[in-house]
Structures are given as C-alpha cells and as structure tokens.
Design a protein around this ligand. Structure first.
Ligand code: UD1
Length: 420
C-alpha cells in the first residue's frame, strides 16, 4: 500500500491535461459484449478501475490489449457469462456486465456488489429493470442469476434517477424485442456517451440528454470504435487544486459544458475563470468566499465533487453548508480533514464548515476515491508535511496524480510500501 508525502504551501501554476473519463470507459467496455468482433477505444485512462474491468471482461473471454491510451478489445471468444464475487467486490461498476450479457446471451450470473466504503448502495433498480424486460431473476448465494430467451421491450419508470441502472437497462434494451421506454433516465454525460456509442453500434435510441429514453430493440449490433470523453471529476478536482493553493492553472482537453455547475460555484467562491472550447483557465481568489452546495443529479453539483468542495470551503473566510442528497453517508473524509485542523460539524448528510486560517499537516487515511482526493487537496495547503495513507483508492480514478500535481509545482511524492 503506497502513501503520498506532501509538503504543503506551494501555489499551483501551469497546465494539466485531463484524462479520459473513468466512469464513461467503465460503461463502454461492457457494451462491447453486445457484438462480436474488434473494438478500439482511445483516450482510455490508465487506472486501477479500468484494469479491474479488463480483468473481469478477460475472465468472461474477451481479449484486451493496451498500448498507451488505446485499448483494443476482441469479443469473439466470449464464452462465460459470469462476474465472480472476487472481481465485483473490488468495483461496483462490474454490475454493468449484467445488461449486455443477458440481452446478448440470454444468461448472466453476476455477484451482488454489497455495500461500499461509505454505506449501502443498492442495485434494486437494475434487477427490477431487467425483470420488467422479461428476465427471470433469482438471487442465490450472493449472485444475481438472470435468464431470458429474448428480452421484451417495456416501460420502465425509475423512482430514483440512477446512472448505473440507466446504463444497464439501456444495454439490455438495445437487443430486446420491441420498444423500451425509460422514464426518469439519468442524463449524466457518461450516459449520453454510452447512448451515442450504442447508436454507433447500430442501436436505435431517441431522447438522448433527456430524462425519457426510447429504445427500439434491434436483432443485431456491430462493433464500433470510440474516443472517451474527458473526465469531468478529474477536471473539477484540478480546478479546486488551483483555487485552494492560490494558484493559476489551465485545465487542458476538458469539456467545460460538463463542468458548468462546478465552474459557477468556483466563480461564487471568488475565482476568475476563462473558458474556451476545451480549456478552462482558473485564477484563484485572494480570499476564498464561503459557498453552499447541495449535490444532485446532472447538471447539478456532482456527489463525486462533494469531498473536494468541503476541502476548499475549509479555508473560506466564513461558514458554508455542504449537503449530499445522493449518498447520505458519504462523509468518511470529514474526521480525517478535522485531523488537519478543519472545523466541520456533521449532522446526517449536512456538513457545516467554518473556514479556518490554516491547516497543519498530519497523517491521514484514505477511505475511498474522492475522500482521498480531498485529503490530497488539503495536504497541498497544510503547513508542514501531510502523509496520505492507503493511496490505492486514488489510483482507482486519478491517472498519475502525483506527476500531474508535481508538473504544476506541488511537492508530492509517492512512497511505495516496500520503502516503509
Ligand atoms: C455512478 C458513478 C459514481 C457516482 C454516482 C452518482 C459510475 C461507475 N459511478 O454510480 O461515481 O457517485 O453515479 O453520480 O459511473 N440507487 C438505488 N437503487 C439502485 C441504484 C441506485 O436506490 O438500484 C440510488 C443510489 O443509492 C443513489 C442514487 O440512486 O442514492 C444514484 O446512484 P447511481 O446513479 O446509481 O450511482 P452509480 O451508478 O452506482
């Protein structure tokens, strides 16, 4: 287990290039199960989660090769329709193989993901969705076992807008017989990217970017190639890094449209932003103003940026309130941030943050991906040395974060477990 050692107090300056979106890649890779042949995915981030998805798909019979940021997938050998517990427990997004395996092969056995570091994360909408499409589902020994000769189009009305369930049902419905309507579908950019990729494969989908998707099932799909969209959460994290350190940074190869809520909030916090087609330049405010945020579905403030926003607000000149309405328990970073000198009071899903003048370095522990990002952000400004332990969480979703931060002037180094 590696750790990061950060010496705080350096203003970040310069350019940083954003990698391809992890959560988009994690949906597109299983979508390749829907047609036999070869696929080329470019701008693929080099991340632990992508390796986990590759291991799962290889276990199912895909051949996957990486060259730099290009991934080639050959799905001709797919012969096993099971996602084992050992792989699913590492990454909940493994559930994405359920829809495509079932619709293409008529059978899928996928381990139930269970909870995650910050609490329960149900998959009832995925299961109810495939049942409505006509699958026979049994839950046995911790596995979802789904069978259907051919799925049949239907109307599915999600009572909660879910990215994963929308993606899974989309991938199931594209090969179903007849028309499927998904009401209250998620409209996150990763779902739009998945819909556009499925259309490239020959799927018929209407209503993209709206909460009502209409899918006319087809008998067969064909392979296609795709470039991954930029990672909006990675981009947002670097914007906060610029703002919290009092720096001036340029985020390259991002999609500003996907970041509009975050950039608006950064402006409210006093930052100056220049937005171009795929570049955002941020000049940090002299003083960070307190700004409340409440997470919500896209285009609202993403829950995946909640921890990083708390880190920024810890140094604001006043009090702010951060509420998470998507994941009520997602606050494992708060006690760790308090160890660095933050003044945060947590009441259920509401964090009240009183800005402090300074943070002081300490040893802190990563508990999950975005929590780790908030600890690194705090370490960049804390006086003295901050050690962030268990950084394997960060490697799930931020490509070479220490190199990118160092290129912006941060003093951060990785110490591998062999060295301590
Ligand atoms: C995805 C993202 C994750 C992000 C989340 C919310 C990926 C791989 N992960 O996760 O980074 O934090 O969206 O933007 O894309 N829910 C149910 N029943 C279900 C499914 C979800 O009640 O069957 C609820 C969840 O508890 C949560 C809400 O729906 O309150 C949204 O979750 P969802 O959009 O499904 O998150 P994921 O797709 O798992």
């Amino acid at each position: 287990m590696d750790k990061f050692i950060i010496k705080g107090g350096y203003k970040l300056n310069g350019e940083v290039t954003i990698s391809g979106a992890k959560n988009s890649a994690l949906a597109l890779m299983p979508a390749a199960l829907l047609a036999s042949g070869n696929y080329t995915f470019t701008n693929m981030p080099d991340l632990r989660d992508i390796k986990t998805m590759s291991s799962l798909l290889q276990d199912i019979g895909m051949m996957i090769k990486r060259k730099g940021h290009t991934l080639t997938l050959d799905t001709k050998g797919v012969s096993k329709y099971k996602a084992p517990y050992e792989l699913v427990k590492k990454m909940r997004a493994s559930i994405y193989v359920l829809g495509p395996l079932l619709s293409r092969y008529g059978y899928a056995k996928v381990s139930l993901p269970g909870g995650c570091a910050w609490g329960p994360r149900p998959v009832n909408l995925h299961i109810e969705g495939i049942q409505k499409l006509g699958a026979h589902v049994e839950l046995e020994h911790g596995y979802i076992i789904a069978k259907a000769k051919r799925l049949r189009g239907t109307i599915i009305n999600f009572d909660v807008s879910s990215v994963g369930a929308t993606g899974n049902i989309l991938m199931a419905a594209v090969l179903a017989k007849g028309t499927t309507i998904i009401e209250n579908a998620a409209i996150e950019p990763e779902i739009t990217a998945l819909s556009e990729f499925l259309i490239k494969m020959g799927a018929k989908i209407d209503g993209i970017r709206t909460h009502r998707l209409e899918i006319e099932g087809v008998d067969e799909l064909h392979t296609a190639n795709e470039e991954m969209i930029p990672d909006r959460i990675e981009a947002g994290t670097y914007l906060v890094a610029g703002a919290i350190t009092g720096g001036k940074i340029k985020i390259m190869k991002c999609n500003p449209e996907h970041l509009s809520t975050i950039t608006e909030k950064l402006k409210e916090a006093g930052a100056t932003l220049l937005i171009d087609s795929d570049i955002i330049e941020l000049k940090a405010p002299k003083q960070i103003h307190p700004v409340d945020v409440t997470t919500s579905i896209y285009p609202g403030f993403p829950t995946d940026m909640q921890a990083q926003w708390i880190a920024l607000m810890m140094l604001a000149n006043g009090s702010s309130v951060v509420t998470d309405t998507i994941y009520y328990d997602r606050f494992k970073h708060v006690p760790e941030l308090v160890r660095l000198g933050a003044d945060i009071e947590l009441n259920k899903n509401i964090a009240v943050i009183k800005g402090v003048k300074k943070l002081i370095g300490a040893k802190v522990m990563s508990t999950d991906l975005r929590a780790s990002a908030s600890l690194i952000l705090a370490g960049l400004v804390a006086e003295g040395t901050t050690e962030v332990l268990r950084v394997y969480h960060i490697d799930r979703g931020y490509e070479t974060i220490e190199k990118k931060l160092r290129s912006l002037g941060a003093d951060i180094r990785r110490v591998s477990s062999k060295e301590f």
